[in-house]
Design a protein around this ligand. Sequence first.
Ligand SMILES: [Zn+2]
Length: 479
Amino acid sequence: MTTIFSRQLRLAVLVLSATALPYSFAYAQSQVADTTQVASPSTATIAQNLFAEIAQNNQLMLNLEELCDGIGPRLTGSPQLRLAQQWAMEKLKAYGAVNVHEEAYDLGKSWTRGVAHVRLMNANGMSLDVRQLAWSESSPRKVQAEVVLMNVKTLDEFKRIAPRLHGKIVLALSVPRATREQEKNFKQYSDELNKAIQAANFSAIFFVSGREGNLQDMEGSPKMRYKKNAAFITKEHANLLQRLMARGITPKLEFEFGGRLSKDGVKAYNVVADFPGTEQADEMVVLGAHQDSWDLGTGATDNGVGTVVTMEVLRAMHALKLKPKRTLRVVLFSGEEQGLLGSKAYLKTHAAEQEKIQAMLTQDAGGGRITGFLDMKVEAWYTALNEAKEQSKELNFLDITYAAGGGSDHQAFFEQGIPAFAPIQDPLDYRSHTWHSQVDTVDHVVPDQVMQNAQVMAAMTWAMLNGKKLPHQAAQVSR
Ligand SMILES: [Zn+2]
């Protein structure tokens, strides 16, 4: 998640905090109850009840284990994700959701992981830890080739070295990026780069995992640029290859990749479920999380946690027989990892309803405790988040931060001007270890912290379900 926090913005936060101070819970009740309708004792009680219900009866870890240890990795377009979606729909129905259904969109071809064998044929002869990028095509047989380094920043630099890449395994320390000038006509730049990559005709390209400790990374989508024998190599094994080259030894590798694309395009699906509102049932708060994951681990922190938290919020509200003003709509997206495909498809399908979305909330930064929310740099939303947190003492610790951040499904919503919020979370070992790696497993999830996630998301969602109508406003995001 991208977060911007300049000195100037800090000042703005201070100013806004100062103006927000009078809206304390007690003051709002006694002095200005008519203008701050959100702060009523019953709302505070409901938040307390939600905290207690989730503490006593939550099914978070059971669901996470069923999803991750039982069903497993959930690559978009895979049979496992379809199983996970069936599982989620059954659970949501049992939790009291209505209108539980799936919504299809066109994914393009699906991709299935196969073998990835890479062996050094000279020097120490080791097997190297390399994983094929999802959606990359494989050569149909074993290939032997020499390694060549690529460390370029621009398209021009790439074109200059391209003749040396022909037939080689490219160890990519960096790849060409568009200059500011090229960004203005990105399509033209992109087409030109794609053509240059085709023409270079290297036999494979290895990207270096960003993490130490043999931790892997994963990427890929039906629209990826590096289409053939693309893979991640661990940092340690990339370092080995570079040390050999520094001593004048050209590494020669034999590789075999078995990942394969489906013959035809397939559909992908989002799961949708409602907990109906009362007075303003046509308006809704969308509580979403992506249920798809990368496939090296089991997607426990990215985003099994967000999935089970979302389901738990609905369970707890139904268990307490709550009657929200607006409808709670739970959406379990797919295709998030391939570029927010599911959330974009949802918004397209529900274009006519967009005005009716009060807010969208999503949790997608692992299972660390929630410490605050980004206001997306919209003053009215900042105020609303503060009012929401002031409704109950349980939420009072939250920091509402003057900053915008994308990188998950909420981005697709606020690009349409819809108030869309993601919590700020304790990172734990999310960025450093579990994110997209082979150790994204239940071991790295702390039950107490996931319980706190569900409690906070439930209370914030409740506030949005019943609070003042939030204005829609185009938000600026930095990427
Ligand atoms: Zn995620």
